[in-house]
Design a protein. Sequence first.
Length: 147
Amino acid sequence: MEQTFIMIKPDGVQRGLVGEIISRFEKKGFTLKGLKLITVDQPFAEKHYADLSAKPFFRGLVEYIVSGPVCAMVWEGKNVVTTGRKIIGATNPAESAPGTIRGDFAIDIGRNVIHGSDAVESARKEIALWFPEGIAEWQSSLHSWIY
Ligand code: RTP
């Protein structure tokens, strides 16, 4: 079953949005497979955002991510990578549709509350980076035809 890596960024944790965000993924029908509150250091944040190292906003982005605890999660379900990105909304909250997390809770692209993997392959890499200890092996007791 497909998995994605979702991270509530420091602004989302500090604003008390963790429960609201978890609730949106749960109500959609996805299964929570990993969850931890963690403050990462600069080398770790740089590794997570390595693909963006040439961008002018890279330094500020890394500073933001290390500024406080983040809520790192693994969610599982059919098409969870693509659907998760839809639930999150466009990168720039000025363009995120109402009803999406960023559309409802963010204003500034530099404080956009949440990260979600952009592809199945990057999800695999990000889950390995953030959860080197592995994640819980459990199946929801719901029948397979219920999402
Ligand atoms: P994320 O990785 O956080 O889910 O975001 P994304 O895929 O939607 O966007 P990406 O292009 O990968 O950018 C990563 C994060 O960098 C910050 N950003 N700031 N112009 C700017 O100041 C700017 N552009 C991007 C955002 O926090 C974005 O989520």
